[in-house]
Each structure stands twice: as C-alpha cells, then as structure tokens.
Design a protein around this ligand. Sequence first.
Ligand code: PAF
Length: 284
Amino acid sequence: MHIVEDLNGLRGQVRTWRAAGERIGCVPTMGNLHEGHLTLVREARRLAPRVVATIFVNPLQFGPTEDLAAYPRTPEQDQAGLAAAGCDLLFAPTVATMYPGGQQTQTRVEVPGVSDILCGASRPGHFIGVATVVCKLFNMVQPDLALFGEKDFQQLLIIRRMAADLAMPVEVIGVPTVREPDGLAMSSRNGYLTSGERGQAPALYRALSVVAQALAAGLPVAQVETEAAAALAVAGLRPDYVSVRRAADLGEPTAADRELVVLAAAYLGRARLIDNLRVSRPVG
Ligand code: PAF
C-alpha cells in the first residue's frame, strides 16, 4: 500500500490508474479505524480494482467545544488494517494541504434543510464541514464510487444529495452498520467510554430495536419516540433526540410513508453516541 500526504503524489497515482482504465473506489475516514471502516474498504475492493482510503481529522466539522484535540489518532494501526483489507493507497493529508489558505476563508459546501435537523441542530455547522471536506476529497481522489457507513445515516444522505445536486460523477454507496456482539454500533468514539459506560451503551441499540418493533406493529410515532427517550434516560444515557423520519429524505413521516428510519443520539460520559435502524411500516 502506498501512503501519500501531498496532492501531487495522489494525482500522479490516480492518473496512472485512470490511464489503465481502472475504476477507483474511495473510503473517506478520520482514522482510528475499526471493523466498520475495514468493511467499507473490503466492499470497495469488491466493487473496484483500485481502492483509495483517506485519513483526515477534519477540523472544519468540529464545533469549538467538541473533541478535535482529543480525537483518537492511531496511524500505525490504521495503516496495517488498511493494507490487510486490500487498500492500494492511503491519502493522509495535513491540515495545510487540505486548507492551504486557512479554514476561515475556505470555500464551503452546504446542503440546506437536511443539514440543519437532528445532529445538525445539535452540532451547528458540522455538516457544512463534512460536505466541504468530502467534496474536496472527491475532487482530489476523483473516485468512481465512494463508500460510507449507514451508522452516520444523516451524513450519508447529505453526501448523496451533495453529489447529485452538484452533478459529481461519483456513486455514493451506503454500507450497513457493523455492530459489536451486544448490538452497539462500532464507532471511534466508543473508545471514550469507561468500562461501566461500555456496559450501558448497548441501551441505545435496544431502544431503537423496541421503536422499530413498535412501528412495525403500527404504534404511533410520537408515542414510541417519547418512550424510547425515557428508556435511554432510565439506562443512564442523556438522550439528545430520538426521531422517526422518512428514510428517503429525513422528512417528518406522514401516515402514508412506509419506509422509515428511527435515529437517535445520546450522551454517555465523554461520548456522544449515534445510531439508527430502518423500519418498513405495514400497509393499512
Ligand atoms: O464519517 C467520517 O468519518 C467523517 O465525517 C468523514 C466522512 C470522513 C468526513 O470527514
């Protein structure tokens, strides 16, 4: 696996592959890779002969009081995992490479509406930072396809909309969430949990599972949202939101909508955990 930090090195390699007619799959990450990320790399490998992973802890998507400085960085372990998963090239730019003119004056990308709800309401500006860096990474890597975990369901929809709205020649692919045996969605931020909190954390997945079953049984949305938030509080988590939305666009569901997603975010110790489950509501 090649590792490059600079744009010229990346572009040179991409040009060679393109000249040979090889398709390129891209897996953007912020590092501290776990099985969820490596699943994306393996899936990219299955879909394209060349795989580029990126590792960049993007300051633009962190709020002023968030965990940018503390965000876990494990470069050697990440490189070994990527190589074993079949990654051809790791692009690991510095902040100066990504934002040479500084962050304040960086041109930004905003996907309106869907960026301002749910996690976007609690983390103002977060999805502008995500859309901006992903747009820029797409322009740098020029992939044919890009893979993202469905754990970050809102992020996935925002990136898909950005690519469609800006006519980017890249297919955005969502890959199912990888879970620990007790249901907890894998996340770099799980590393912030103490062992006691790690025991409490699967309550998030359990609450979502109860919501999914209740919706499938026809119970009203408002009731199941309220009950799930209460269950999280009883389990010792501090719910940010539990919300049932239309899966296609995260709009408020009407009685006619069948394909739904229940999304939740909750604070536990130093961690802000997010998760979601898709639900097909029965007709009638
Ligand atoms: O999901 C992430 O790790 C990040 O938000 C992403 C997509 C790599 C952009 O920095």
